[in-house]
Design a protein around this ligand. Structure first.
Ligand SMILES: Cc1ncc(COP(=O)(O)O)c(C=O)c1O
Length: 377
C-alpha cells in the first residue's frame, strides 16, 4: 500500500502553495550574486522590518526557553486599544494564512461550499479544499469581484464568503457603502471573511467594525507581514464577534505564535514612523511604476496595496527573463492569469531598476536592461 492510498482523499485534491524561489537558490541557478538579486515577488516591505519590532524580538530571544503566552495577551491588548474592540474579539494566528485555514476547519466540511472570486487570493481556496469543502469560484469580469454574481452563487450549502480588499493579485476593492449593502444582503447562515492584508496602505480602507457591532457575521483578518515588514515572523490576526473567536480557539493549535514573533508584532504596532515611511515610499513607488509602465506602453493595474499587475505577451517568458537579470517577480499561473505578472512596489532605486530592465527586454535589447543597474554576475 502507498501513502496515497491511506491519505484522506481531500488531501490529494489539494494544490500545494507555490512560494517564490529563495534568493540564494535563484542566485545559484543563474550565476548571480545573491546580494544583487531584487525580490519583488511576495509583496514584502522594501524598507525591511519595523526597527521597534526587531529590538523587541531581540530582547525576547533571551526568554526562548519559556513557552510563549498561548493566549497572546499583550498583542491582543494592544490590538484592542488600537481598534477599540474587546480583547476577546481577536485571535492571533501564524500569519493570516493560518487564520483562513482555521476558519475553514471550524466552519466547512464535506458538502459545504465557500464562495470567492476566481482570482481571489489563493490561500482561502487552499483552506476550503483542505477542509473537504467545495470552493465556488465566481468569475471576475475585468478582474474585479462581481458582488452580484457572488450573491447569486450563495446556496443553502454556503458557509463562507471571502473577499479581500484590496485583492491580491488584482488590486480591486469596494467602497464602504457597497460593502455594507453587500453584507446586509448576505443570508444569516453565511460568514463573511474580509481580508485586509493591505489595509494600512490605503487612505480610505473600509471599516467593518460597525457591522460587527450590529451583529453581522463578519470577520476581518490582517497581517504583520506587509506594512510592518515582519513576514518571516508569521503573525496575523482577525477580529470579529467574541463567540466566533472562542470557536476558532478550539481548532487553533496551542502556542501557534511564538514569543519572539509576539514581541515583534506588539512593538511594531507602536512603530508609527516605520508604518508612515512605508506608506510614503509605497505611494511614491506606485506613482513611479505607473508612469514607467505607461511610458513603456504596458497595460497595468496599480489599484491598491503594495503591488502592481502588468500585462505582457508571455508571462512565463517575462518572469524567466527578469529572473536571469536578477529580478524575481510573480507569475500568476495559479490564478489562471497567463498574460500578467505581479510586481511588488520597491524603493525608488529598485523600481527604477525594474523599469530599466523591462525597457531593455521590451526593446529586445538586453544591454539596456543591464546598463548601470545591471547586477554583478
Ligand atoms: C490578500 C492577502 N491575504 C493574506 C496574505 C497572507 O499573509 P500572511 O503572511 O499573514 O499569511 C497575503 C499575502 O500575500 C495576501 O496577499
Amino acid at each position: 500500500m502507498q501513502y496515497t492510498d491511506l491519505v484522506r482523499p481531500d488531501v490529494l485534491k489539494q494544490p500545494i502553495y507555490e512560494p517564490g524561489k529563495p534568493i540564494e537558490y535563484v542566485a545559484r541557478e543563474y550565476g548571480l550574486e545573491a546580494a544583487s538579486i531584487l525580490k519583488l515577488a511576495s509583496n514584502e516591505n522594501p524598507l525591511g522590518p519595523s526597527p521597534m519590532g526587531i529590538e523587541a524580538a531581540t530582547k525576547a530571544l533571551r526568554e526562548a526557553h519559556l513557552y510563549p503566552d498561548g493566549g497572546c495577551w499583550k498583542l491582543r491588548e494592544a490590538l484592542s486599544t488600537k481598534f477599540d474592540l474587546a480583547t476577546d474579539q481577536f485571535i492571533i494566528t501564524n500569519g493570516s494564512n493560518e487564520f483562513m485555514t482555521l476558519l475553514c476547519q471550524a466552519f466547512c466540511g464535506p458538502g459545504d461550499e465557500a464562495v470567492m472570486g476566481a482570482q481571489s487570493f489563493i490561500a482561502f481556496k487552499i483552506g476550503v479544499l483542505l477542509a473537504g469543502a467545495k470552493p465556488v469560484e465566481v468569475a471576475m469580469p475585468d478582474m474585479r469581484h462581481d458582488l452580484e454574481a457572488m450573491l447569486a452563487a450563495i446556496t443553502d450549502k454556503t458557509k463562507l464568503v471571502y473577499l479581500p480588499c484590496p485583492n491580491n493579485p488584482t488590486g480591486d476593492c469596494h467602497t464602504q457603502a457597497v460593502l455594507e449593502d453587500f453584507i446586509d444582503r448576505l443570508p444569516d447562515h453565511v460568514i463573511f471573511c474580509f481580508d485586509e492584508a493591505y489595509a494600512e496602505y490605503s487612505d480610505d480602507a473600509p471599516d467593518l467594525r460597525p457591522l460587527i457591532a450590529r451583529g453581522k457575521k463578519v470577520v476581518c483578518c490582517r497581517t504583520f507581514s506587509k506594512i510592518y515588514g515582519l513576514a518571516a515572523f508569521r503573525v496575523g490576526y482577525a477580529y470579529g464577534h467574541a463567540e466566533l473567536m472562542s470557536l476558532l480557539n478550539r481548532v487553533r493549535a496551542p502556542f501557534n505564535v511564538n514569543s519572539i514573533a509576539q514581541a515583534a508584532a506588539t512593538a511594531a504596532l507602536r512603530d508609527h514612523d516605520h508604518v508612515a515611511r512605508a506608506k510614503q515610499v509605497n505611494d511614491a513607488g506606485l506613482k513611479q511604476l505607473a508612469e514607467g509602465f505607461r511610458e513603456l506602453g504596458l497595460e497595468y493595474r496599480t489599484e491598491g496595496g503594495n503591488f502592481a499587475l502588468i500585462k505582457v505577451e508571455n508571462a512565463g517568458q517575462m518572469f524567466e527573463t527578469l529572473q536571469q537579470e536578477g529580478i524575481i517577480v510573480r507569475p500568476l499561473k495559479p490564478y489562471l492569469l497567463t498574460k500578467h505578472i505581479r510586481v511588488t512596489v520597491g524603493t525608488e532605486t529598485q523600481n527604477a531598476r525594474l523599469l530599466s530592465c523591462l525597457r531593455g527586454i521590451l526593446k529586445g535589447d538586453k544591454s539596456d536592461a543591464s546598463s548601470d543597474e545591471r547586477p554583478p554576475r
